[in-house]
Design a protein around this ligand. Structure first.
Ligand SMILES: CCCCCCC[C@H](O)CC(=O)SCCNC(=O)CCNC(=O)[C@H](O)C(C)(C)COP(=O)([O-])OP(=O)([O-])OC[C@H]1O[C@@H](n2cnc3c(N)ncnc32)[C@H](O)[C@@H]1OP(=O)([O-])[O-]
Ligand SMILES: NC(=O)c1ccc[n+]([C@@H]2O[C@H](COP(=O)([O-])OP(=O)(O)OC[C@H]3O[C@@H](n4cnc5c(N)ncnc54)[C@H](O)[C@@H]3O)[C@@H](O)[C@H]2O)c1
Length: 667
């Protein structure tokens, strides 16, 4: 007597797909989902997927096995398996191309993008809450009624029986698409295997395509990359969880107004981020000249952001002074709830500003600094409310980069930390709370890495060789291309002497007017000042060999392994010290920082996860070898915590923190 079956989720959500934890569990060999989807499709009664909230991964694959799909207007759908190192393994790579065509399916499956519905205005809104899913197979018949007339043939509704829509130039299309997929993958395996699975749909009958999908799925499932990406998925969520004994929290609401102080490189991005998040913001500068420059730059960024958005400028509403205001009048400070300072990196100036903020701002206002490395306690000491002072370290460009490193000082209150975490959430950034030390967690780990890169040049390598190794590892950009991009005169404070090895190479380049891309010359040469295409520079090569002659350094060939190990192991080594000092709450925190702020390839799980896959004993042995060869480089001296973990038999990453004797931080 059943007329039709409807499959739906609970609590306003259809399904987020397979349980990701299950993929790394020894008991993962449960019932495969693909045969169940096939069973649904073979049903003699019509089956309808009613999608609310999300239909992701295996959830959407179930919906693809149904004969009809309807979705709530706010539903989001996608096959994000690629982002956790997998491919849709329940026949989705074979059904989706049959439904939406190869180009759209390939785009969805190889990028994992999650789509919202776009309802054509002409469509009849017959159901108040359930609107037809905007995919080509939805027909008027369905719009009329969910309950179908009896006897309606189901054959044409079964996707597995449909042919994949042909393209006149399928072969050319696929080879072009493959080039694009490979280029965007940066060494990540899953996008290319997703491509291969969809390609199989264009070449083979459904059943053979499904077999191919399974083969490729198993390759990915057992790859270290899938584990690294799944680790990163949970690590990003774990860092959001923190509690204080008082359970303090603070919510950013619409009535809150924020002030960004300084409209330089960082201030501009910060203001853009705030406007995008629809937080009312006042931008304050030191004088009219800087203000006008800053305003122009912010407006340019906002126009560009608005163009990328569907409803554009209207949604952002940035011409409305209630939303965004520019001023040089410090009096506006009286009314704001939170200030983000982004003036020059100079302690005396920051202290002067914080003293002023403390005097003018209302008592409840929070005072945040965007310093990259300076001491939060010292900045807070200039105020009469150190409990409301906190570091909010944005990364450049601030409206793009996802990381917000949140640094608490000695007196910072839990409410202030909660506020900064909430700010990160509202800005759709990943907030990571760390303790106060020079360079905090991210930059502190970066210093030894950047230092090693320059030392390698002194000893015989070239910028292009070092960059190549780092980019082959999966970083978007190597240390020298990065340095040229940021500008060599934006000094890394790592160049300190204190009796330790120091390389003057970056300073010597600056003395030669080579500031990087902006002057057309740096570690590389560019087509013109402001050019972007880096070419190896014979001038630099001969400069390096003269430098070695002057300092009697014997040029030697440095292989790829040494380049990679000296750069990355010294960074990881610093990470172990940071953990031991309680600056970060766990290795996951450092990994999330590196993935979201420093371009660490996600499919390698972050530096500390990577260390666990390389093996701590190997890292220790290599650091010992390099530090013997370079006793004047402290960054290569193995961390005591690393040594301890090796002595304890190389425990798994999630147990590392239990080997520290004292509580690691005040959270
Ligand atoms: C033998 C062969 C078998 C082959 C079968 C293959 C089937 C298929 O092709 C494979 C898949 O489906 S792969 C899967 C493809 N699907 C995906 O990749 C979807 C991944 N998920 C998401 O994109 C987002 O979590 C949502 C948009 C679902 C919610 O976002 P939001 O509202 O911002 O919330 P939130 O904070 O993000 O999450 C809340 C809590 O839920 C947790 N959790 C969530 N999904 C989970 C999952 N699938 N699993 C486990 N847990 C999952 C999350 O950890 C968190 O837990 P906590 O303990 O509270 O921290
Ligand atoms: N540039 C980066 O990549 C980066 C990344 C992370 C953090 N930071 C940190 O962010 C802060 C700002 O860096 P930036 O690169 O944007 O600097 P910047 O030199 O580009 O801009 C600083 C701005 O502050 C303004 N300013 C100076 N004194 C002021 C005052 N008394 N009142 C109001 N405005 C004043 C200046 O006019 C200028 O526009 C620094 O602490 C820096 O270390 C920079």
């Amino acid at each position: 007597s059943v007329k039709a079956v409807m499959i739906c989720g609970e609590n306003g959500k259809f399904s987020a797909g397979a349980d990701i934890k299950g993929f790394s569990s020894p008991k993962r060999r449960g019932i495969a989902l693909g045969p169940i989807v096939s069973l649904i499709e073979r049903s003699e009664k019509p089956v309808v997927a009613a999608i609310e909230g999300v239909a992701l991964g295996g959830g959407l694959e179930v919906a693809l096995g149904c004969h009809y799909r309807i979705a709530h207007v706010k539903a989001r759908m996608g096959l994000p398996e690629v982002t956790i190192g997998l491919l849709p393994g329940a026949e989705g790579t074979q059904r989706l191309p049959r439904l939406v065509g190869v180009p759209a399916a390939l785009d969805m499956i190889t990028t994992g993008k999650v789509l919202c519905l776009v309802i054509p205005p002409a469509w009849p809104k017959t159901h108040e809450f359930l609107l037809p899913m905007y995919l080509p197979d939805v027909d008027a018949l369905f719009c009329n009624s969910i309950f179908l007339p009896p006897g309606q043939p189901l054959g044409p509704r079964r996707l597995s029986l449909k042919p994949v829509p042909k393209l006149p130039n399928m072969e050319a299309f696929l080879s072009e698409a493959l080039v694009k997929v490979k280029k965007q993958a940066h060494g990540c395996l899953a996008p290319e295997l997703c491509f291969q699975a969809v390609k199989a749909a264009t070449e083979q009958p459904f059943a053979d395509g499904v077999r191919r999908e399974q083969e490729l799925f198993n390759v990915l499932l057992t790859s270290g990359q899938a584990q690294a990406l799944q680790y990163a998925f949970f690590a990003e969520r774990a860092v959001q969880k923190w509690t204080t004994p008082s359970g303090a929290s603070w919510k950013i609401s619409d009535s809150v107004s924020l002030l960004s102080l300084g409209l330089g490189t960082m201030g501009r991005g910060i203001v853009t981020s705030l406007v995008k998040a629809k937080i009312p913001v006042v931008a304050l500068e030191q004088d009219l000249e800087y203000l006008n420059m800053g305003r122009k730059a912010v407006m340019f960024l906002l126009e560009r952001e608005a163009m990328k958005m569907e409803q554009g400028a209207q949604t952002l509403d940035f011409h409305n002074p209630a939303r965004l205001q520019f001023t040089v009048d410090f009096d506006v400070l009286r009314d704001v709830d939170l200030v983000i300072e982004a003036v020059f990196e100079n302690m005396a100036l920051k202290k002067e500003i914080f003293h002023k903020l403390s005097r003018i701002c209302k008592p409840g206002a929070f005072l945040c600094t965007n310093t990259s490395a300076l001491n939060i306690n010292e900045i807070a000491s200039a105020t009469s409310r150190p409990q409301q002072v906190i570091g909010t370290h944005f990364f450049s460009p601030a409206h793009v980069m996802k990381l917000l490193e949140i640094i608490y000082g000695h007196h910072t209150s839990p409410t202030t930390i909660a506020t900064a975490m909430q700010l990160a959430k509202v800005l759709k950034k990943v907030g990571v709370v760390v303790g106060n030390c020079f360079g905090f967690a991210g930059n502190r780990m970066m210093f030894p890495y950047a230092q090693q890169a320059v030392f390698l040049l002194e000893e015989g390598s070239r910028p292009e060789a070092v960059d190549q190794v780092i980019e082959d590892f999966g970083f978007r950009i190597g240390p020298f291309r990065m340095s040229d991009l940021a500008g060599l005169d934006v000094g890394t404070p790592a160049r300190q002497r204190h009796g330790h090895r120091y390389s003057p190479l970056p300073d010597l380049l600056c003395e030669n007017g080579r500031f990087g891309q902006k002057t057309g010359k740096g570690w590389y040469q560019y087509e013109k000042a402001g050019g972007r295409t880096a070419k190896p520079d014979p001038w630099l090569h001969s400069f390096l060999s003269q430098y070695r002659d002057t300092h009697r350094i014997k040029t030697r060939f440095i292989d790829q392994e040494e380049i990679l190990e000296r750069c990355l192991f010294s960074l990881i080594n610093e990470g172990f010290d940071i953990l031991a000092e309680g600056i970060a709450s766990g290795p996951e925190h450092l990994d999330v920082i590196y993935i979201n702020g420093y371009g660490w390839p996600k499919h390698r799980g972050g530096p500390m996860f990577y260390a666990s896959t390389v093996g701590l004993s190997r890292i220790l042995a290599k650091l010992q070898k390099y530090s013997e060869a370079h006793p004047d480089v402290p960054g290569l001296q193995p961390s005591a915590f690393l040594k301890k973990l090796v002595a304890m038999g190389n425990p798994p990453l999630k147990e590392w923190m239990s080997y520290l004797s004292r509580p690691n931080n005040k959270l």
